[in-house]
Design a protein around this ligand. Structure first.
Ligand SMILES: [Zn+2]
Length: 459
């Protein structure tokens, strides 16, 4: 079986790459009205690909952002698996891409470069070719498990309408297991099964200073400065141990279990390797926890934008009237979005209310709860076995620093979520020169071909 899968995939590697390149040319950027036709084209492209794979029922669900739904349920008695991913991509700053522009994909050094290569069109292509390899290697004319695809079109803008989509199509989406393919694995030479994803709360904070931008030569000294007030506040978001200072923030955060700590400690890790692969300069964060614990099992709070005064163009030497920041809080079980939002509101009010006018907006419809795959889920072991076959090594266990609608899918469909992604930390998701390793796509497809061949293990 392993050899048949390998042979089939090797013989079709060029086709897989060519198909991915064709799809990456479609600018399916999330959340931009002018890209709406491209999102439709992208959805139609995938729908055609799934029909060509053999799926008897494939639909494009239009609505706010086109989602692709497909089902191939021809294995009575076998479990039903819903595969979740997304075909929309992040916007790209063309000028920052070093060799080839984001929507002119190219193959270099064993990788496909282009926006969406790893997040997440490449991951979906691993699925498509995983199913094709499963059929070729087993000689079956339909998969040995019942498969459904739900590939949404607005993950990158926060899946705001996914809950509605799940409700509208609840009768079609029933499944025993959700396979969530919008994640990373640890290293090409040391795969790992992801078993958790962090949640996310996004907030915009605007702080007011003078009534309008006033010349600093006229008012500097006694006039309040919005940039200074905002910087002062954000500087207090973490204490000197790297802990988040919102009162009550850690009340429901459990210490990682010994088992979880041991799983993460077993991954090959050096600070140098992590700095290189994550393209960062130094390590910071919460004292008392390893880098991987800070990344996957501890919460984090980031400031992802700060704007005040004249950041570009003419400098007017004015005291800014307004300063704004975007905050991104990554939560872990058992934190709840609503509670964290309340903690943030109270903290900002306490810190600013008496002195500074402000406006705080917390995005409710795009907030995501964290998710943890149950440790004793049999499908976790099945995936580990399939990854051993697909990657040629037994996988470790890891977490996902980012989020996604895993908890929403699990809660709405009443099924556990198994994460499987073929992205790597060095793939530069959301960044310039996004790329995906062709070897990872192939190993991912091989893993899935094996996984679908052992349906009883997926119950
Ligand atoms: Zn993604």
């Amino acid at each position: 079986m392993t050899r048949d899968v390998r042979e089939f995939l090797s013989a079709h590697q060029d086709v897989l790459v060519e198909e991915l390149v064709g799809w990456l040319r479609i600018r399916s950027v999330a959340g931009l009205p002018e890209r709406a036709p491209d999102l439709i084209r992208s959805a139609n492209w995938l729908a055609a690909e799934l029909r060509a794979t053999g799926f008897p029922a494939v639909e494009v669900w239009k609505g706010e952002a086109p989602a692709v739904y497909a089902e191939w349920c021809a294995a009575p008695g076998a479990p039903t698996v819903l595969i979740y991913s997304h075909h929309d991509v992040r916007a790209a700053k063309d000028e920052l891409w070093e060799e080839t522009p984001p929507f002119e994909p190219a193959v270099r050094d064993g990788r496909v470069y282009g926006r969406g290569a790893s997040d997440a069109k490449g991951q979906i292509m691993s699925h498509v070719w995983g199913i094709r390899a499963h059929l070729a290697a087993t000689g079956r004319d339909a998969p040995a498990v019942n498969l459904k695809f739900l590939v949404e079109g607005e993950e990158e803008s926060g899946s705001a309408h996914l809950a509605g989509l799940l409700d509208d199509h609840r009768d079609r989406l029933g499944a025993d297991l959700v396979v969530f393919s919008d994640t990373l694995t640890w290293r090409a030479d040391h795969p790992a099964v992801c078993t958790s994803a962090r949640g996310m709360v996004m907030a915009e904070l605007g702080v007011s200073g003078p009534l309008r931008d006033v010349h600093s030569g006229a008012a500097s000294g006694p006039a309040p400065n919005a940039a200074v007030e905002l910087a002062r506040l954000l500087g207090r978001l973490h204490d000197d141990k790297g802990r988040i200072t919102l009162p009550g923030f850690y009340d429901t955060v459990a210490e990682p279990s010994e088992r979880r700590r041991a799983e993460l400690a077993a991954l090959p890790f050096t600070e140098r390797d992590w700095l290189d692969r994550s393209e960062t300069r130094s390590i910071t964060g919460e004292a008392g926890y390893s880098v991987l614990e800070r990344l996957w099992v501890r919460p984090a709070a980031e400031i992802i934008s700060m704007v005040a005064g004249d950041p570009v163009g003419v400098t007017r030497s004015a005291i800014p009237a307004v300063a704004t920041a975007t905050l991104n809080i990554r939560t872990v079980p058992d934190q709840k979005v609503d509670e964290v939002a309340g903690q943030l509101r109270r903290w900002v009010a306490e810190q600013l209310a008496d002195t500074v006018e402000y406006d705080l907006t917390i995005a409710r419809e795009t907030a995501q709860e964290p998710y943890r795959t149950p440790d004793d889920l049999p499908a976790l072991d099945a995936l580990a076995v399939a990854m051993h076959d697909g990657f040629g090594q037994p996988p470790g266990r890891m977490g996902n620093a980012g989020g996604g609608p895993a908890e929403l899918l699990s809660r709405t469909l009443g099924a556990p979520v198994l994460f499987f992604g073929v992205g790597l930390p060095e793939d530069r998701w959301h960044d310039s020169d996004e790329r995906v390793s062709i070897e990872m796509l192939m190993n991912g497809a091989a893993t899935l071909a094996h996984l679908w061949s052992r349906p009883s293990a997926l119950r």
